[in-house]
Design a protein around this ligand. Structure first.
Ligand SMILES: NC(=O)C1=CN([C@@H]2O[C@H](COP(=O)(O)OP(=O)(O)OC[C@H]3O[C@@H](n4cnc5c(N)ncnc54)[C@H](O)[C@@H]3O)[C@@H](O)[C@H]2O)C=CC1
Ligand SMILES: O=C(O)[C@@H]1CCC=N1
Length: 264
């Protein structure tokens, strides 16, 4: 398999670096385009053998999968640039653009071809370390094509194929969600500092605690509330802390944040 990636930023760069580092494919089977030479030079330094170009239509040639990793408002412009060089019967297009639907992309390509295979992929920034939760949906794809695209993102973490109607919710939960998890880490770290712990130590302790929480939930399969019950001694200090957090809107803040992201 060969992959052409348009855009070498957070997402495009992480896909290229992640696929090479994981051993999923050699750098020479990946081509990346970006308008900025500095971006391409950094990618080449990290992934020797990678094919790089400032010309988007160059990276489309001879690849099986074309990834669109540019900002949403550039998708139409990039498609107009590459479409004359795309073999729509053979090449699969995967858009990472948040909020741009399969039918939006289909409409943009209508004048170039009567039939095409389209995917949307919504990863998160943990692709860089091979731990992204990525969601996929597709239009006009065979089961083999779905397996192929899923295998790419499984190499960068965990991929799930979902209905397109759930993409907004999934994006909020996991793609934006990684920022929300980071904000919890920051908040807990700042709380630790106020309680007298040095910032670097507080962050280290918070991360270790979160790792433990994730491992407990994964190992037991328990609902979080079951694990919370084990911590909250009646009349003890944990329930006082939880109730104070709820009085300040913790659960509501998280749910309203997710809804705001998903409606955005
Ligand atoms: N950052 C995130 O956490 C996530 C982003 N996405 C989506 O991924 C897409 C890319 O986002 P990021 O990688 O974060 O953006 P980014 O700004 O880091 O990367 C975009 C890259 O595209 C390049 N570029 C600009 N104009 C171009 C053109 N005409 N042709 C080719 N390359 C061009 C830029 O130089 C830059 O390297 C967006 O559509 C976004 O909605 C989806 C899920 C998560
Ligand atoms: O904030 C955004 O629009 C992008 C899409 C999902 C994560 N970052």
């Amino acid at each position: 398999m060969k992959i052409g990636i348009i855009g070498g930023g957070n997402m495009g760069g992480s896909i290229a670096r992640g696929l090479v580092r994981s051993g999923f494919m050699p750098a020479s089977d990946i081509a990346v385009s970006s308008p900025r030479n500095v971006t391409l030079d950094a990618l080449s330094a990290d992934c020797p053998g990678l094919q790089v170009s400032t010309d988007n239509s160059t990276v489309v040639q001879g690849v099986d999968v074309i990834m669109l990793a540019v900002k949403p408002w550039l998708i139409g412009k990039v498609l107009d640039e590459i479409a004359p060089r795309v073999a729509f019967r053979e090449q699969i297009i995967v858009s990472l653009a948040a909020g741009v639907s399969l039918s939006d992309i289909d409409a943009m390509l209508h004048r170039y071809s009567s039939s095409r295979t389209l995917f949307r992929a919504i990863p998160n920034t943990a692709m860089l370390v091979g731990s992204s939760m990525t969601f996929l949906c597709s239009d006009n794809a065979t089961p083999q094509q779905v397996d192929m695209v899923k295998s790419i993102f499984d190499a960068l973490g965990t991929a799930a194929v979902i209905e397109e109607r759930l993409m907004g919710a999934a994006t909020a939960l996991c793609s934006c969600g990684i920022a929300y998890a980071m904000r919890y880490v920051r908040a807990a770290t700042e709380g630790g500092v106020e309680l007298g712990i040095y910032p670097h130590k507080a962050k280290e302790y918070v991360l270790a605690t979160l790792r433990g929480a994730v491992e407990l939930l994964e190992a037991t399969g328990n609902n979080p509330e079951v694990e919370i019950d084990k911590v909250t001694t009646p009349g003890g200090i944990t329930i006082k802390g939880l109730n104070a957090m709820e009085a300040h809107g913790f659960t509501t803040a998280v749910i309203e944040g997710l809804k705001a992201s998903s409606n955005g």
